[in-house]
Structure formats: C-alpha cells, structure tokens
Ligand binder design. Structure first.
Ligand SMILES: Cc1cc2nc3c(=O)[nH]c(=O)nc-3n(C[C@H](O)[C@H](O)[C@H](O)COP(=O)(O)OP(=O)(O)OC[C@H]3O[C@@H](n4cnc5c(N)ncnc54)[C@H](O)[C@@H]3O)c2cc1C
Length: 372
C-alpha cells in the first residue's frame, strides 16, 4: 500500500503542530512556507493562553473550544519539551485585569460580571490584595480581578520547538516555498505550483494564517473568509533582580506579558489595514501611554523591540476547521486572537480529521459551511 501524503500550506503554529501530529501517525507530510518557517502571526503574538479573561459576549460556541485547549497546555508543553529538549516557556503566572482610570472601572466590573455569570473562575481583588501581588502598580489602580487559569507560553520558543519536533518526526519542511497557485480538476486539487514548480498532490491542508483568504487558484466560494487584523506590539526589558510585573496583566486598553527572561511584551493595537506592517507613532504611543498609566515604573526600562503581525480573522472571529467544498482540501485557519491558545486542540482535531476522516464533535461548529 502506498503511504498517504499530506501537503500543508503554511508553517506557523497551526501547520507545524498538525504536521507533527500527523508525522507521529506515520503519515508523510510535506510543508511549504513562503518565508522563514514560523515568522508570521505565530512569531508576532504575545503568547497569552487567556481562555477565561478574553471570553466575550457572543462567543458561546467558541468558549468551550478555547477552554478545552487551555486544559491541554500543561501536557502539550511537557510532551513537546520532552520530545525536542526545547523549553517552550510555558509559565503558570495567572492573569490580572485592572482599571488604571476611573472611567475604566465600569468596563472592568461589566467584564467581571459577564465572566462570573458564565461560571468562569475569576476572583475580585481589592486594592490591598492587588498591591500585594503587584507592588509596582500605579497608586490610582483601585480594583481588579484575577484569573488563576490564564497563563502564558513563549510563542517564539513554541515555534522553534514545533519546528524541531517536525524535523525530528521526519516532516519535509520547505522554507521560502511560495504556493503561488493551485490546480483543480473535478473538485480535487491535482497540483500545487510552488516557486514555479508543479507538484502533484493527494491531500492538502490550508494553514496559511491571515493569507488563507487569498490563495490563487481557489475560487471565491471555496476560499475561507479570512482576512488580516494588524496588531502592533513592543517589548521592554525588566531588571530581573526586581521585576516590575509578575502576572500577565490586562487593562481595558493594553495587555502586558512578563516573560521568564525579563522581557515585558506590551500589546496590542487592533487595526483593519490589510497587510500594511508599518509601525506607527500613534500605535506605539498608545501602547506606552496606556502601560505607563498602569505601571509608571516602565519609564526607566529599555525599549528593546517593536513589531507588527496579522491575526488570521474570520467573519465571526472563530476558527475555520476541517472540510472544504474541494474534496481533498481541508482548513485550519481563522484562529484570530487565540491561535496560540488553540494549538493543542486544533492539532488534535485536524490530525484526527485528516487521518480518520471524522471531525471531532468539539470542532464541528467551526466548519466553513456555517458561512454558506
Ligand atoms: C499582535 C498579535 C498578538 C497575538 N497574541 C496572541 C496571544 O496572546 N495568544 C494567542 O493565543 N494568540 C495570539 N495571537 C493570534 C495568533 O498569533 C494566531 O492566531 C496564530 O499564530 C495563527 O497561526 P497560523 O499558523 O495559522 O498563522 P501564521 O503564524 O501567520 O502562519 C501562516 C504561515 O503561512 C505562510 N504562508 C502564507 N501564504 C502562503 C503561501 N501562499 N505559500 C506558502 N506559505 C504561505 C506564512 O508565511 C506564515 O508563516 C496574536 C496575533 C497577533 C497578530
């Protein structure tokens, strides 16, 4: 019997994690990325695993999916670490939500009430408790709440570890391999055109992040409705002898993610600007001003990096998973602001779909058919 081969378009966390899982099942995997492996949104992200604190009204279908993926993280990180020897920077720091401005307090209370009403585990904190947990908070911060199950991973270390896992498992990885066109006959993809070369294929997975909605060769009614939402971020360097922040922290305007090596990631703007990756004075000013309102001590910290990335966003902000209207094409895209958090469950469900032909129940609400 000939071995089944799957060709994957896109080498971010989605493509890499699925490739690793498929290779573990002895399926031959060939993965193409048009640039360096893993330098898209997966590199740009902040790495929060914030299923609780980021839950929003209107996301009743999405919430169980992200909560389940969140529970998978400790084992997923440990397994990946054990398999590759790479530390992925998974840290159980918990997450605080605070309101530095009086005007924000209503929004804080509203979010807390919404999470409580859904039985999500958040704990209200008074001023004294907040200050005990984070002594460098601005004295203007009066209230906050805490989620003890929203943690973080170093998404860049995750990309590197998944890359190493794929190599070790025998995935055929091709960087700078642009899938420029797709050839279809009788509702099946027959060939991918990669850097001008025509490659015959059996099964294809589209995991091209924010670019998934504009792949040549797929008609408009086949393409997943995915578009880029730009986010600008920056990093400050904390002094690890006296770290300015220990928990992941949200305000209604920004979030702050303290890494184990002292980097303090600050994000992010939310901009509908296509693939324009310009860093703007307004974007950086917004991030720094809002961070300073919460944590005035940042004034002294070196600014070490700033960058932008593109969230792969669908029309309803939920992922697009599983079958397409082309028989041998499946999707793993549209994860929007949760693509790092979703990685373990997305990899498990899509691996099952490709290898067994059934999409697990938890992923069933997320097929592209919901947009028809
Ligand atoms: C500013 C920002 C902050 C974020 N913060 C978080 C967070 O804290 N927590 C969280 O869970 N998520 C976060 N996200 C979301 C998360 O980063 C994404 O949902 C996730 O990384 C998407 O992974 P992906 O593999 O689908 O896409 P990507 O990582 O973008 O990978 C897609 C890959 O496809 C390749 N590609 C595209 N077109 C082609 C082609 N034609 N041929 C070959 N290759 C192609 C690209 O080069 C790219 O490497 C954030 C995103 C942004 C932008």
């Amino acid at each position: 019997m000939t071995q089944k081969t799957i060709h994957i378009i896109g080498g971010g966390v989605a493509g890499l994690a699925i490739a690793w899982r498929l290779a573990q099942k002895n399926i031959r995997v060939v993965l193409f990325d048009k640039s360096e492996i893993g330098r898209g949104a997966s590199w740009a992200a902040a790495g929060m695993l914030a299923a609780v604190i980021e839950a929003e009204p209107g996301e009743d279908v999405l919430i169980p999916f992200v909560l389940q993926s969140q529970t998978m993280w400790p084992n997923f990180a440990a397994e990946l670490q054990h398999y590759t020897g790479c530390d992925v920077g998974y840290r159980e720091t918990g997450t605080l939500f605070i309101a530095p401005e009086r005007d924000d307090e209503g929004q804080l209370k509203q979010r807390y009430d919404f999470l409580k009403a859904r039985n999500l585990p958040v704990e209200w904190l008074d001023r004294a408790t907040l200050r005990k947990r984070e002594p460098f908070l601005s004295p203007r911060v009066t209230y906050g709440f805490y989620s003890g199950q929203d943690h973080q991973v170093d998404n860049r270390a995750l990309v590197d570890a998944l890359h190493a896992a794929c190599k070790k498992a025998g995935v055929e990885l091709h960087a700078h391999a642009d899938v420029q066109d797709i050839k279809i006959s009788n509702d099946r993809i027959t060939h991918l055109i990669v850097n001008g070369e025509s490659i015959a294929v059996d099964d294809v997975l589209l995991a091209a992040g924010a670019w998934s909605g504009a792949i040549n060769g797929l008609l408009q009614n086949v393409l997943p409705p995915v578009f880029p939402i730009k986010g600008q971020l920056l990093a400050l360097q904390m002094d690890m002898r006296l770290p300015l922040l220990k928990h992941v922290m949200w305000t209604p305007q920004v979030y702050l993610v303290p890494r184990g090596d002292g980097r303090l990631i600050v994000g992010a703007t939310v901009e509908d600007k296509g693939f324009d990756s310009t860093l703007t004075a307004g974007g950086i000013l917004h991030l720094l001003r809002e961070t300073w309102e919460a944590l005035p001590g940042i004034e002294e910290l070196p600014l070490i990096e700033s960058w932008a990335g593109f969230r792969p966003t669908s029309r309803d902000d939920a992922p697009i998973l599983g079958p397409s209207s082309i028989k041998n094409l499946s999707f793993a895209t549209g994860q929007h602001r949760h693509g790092i958090l979703m990685t373990p469950l997305l990899a498990a469900t899509i691996c099952e779909y490709i290898s067994e032909g059934t999409l697990p129940q938890i992923a069933a609400p997320f097929t592209v058919a919901r947009f028809k």
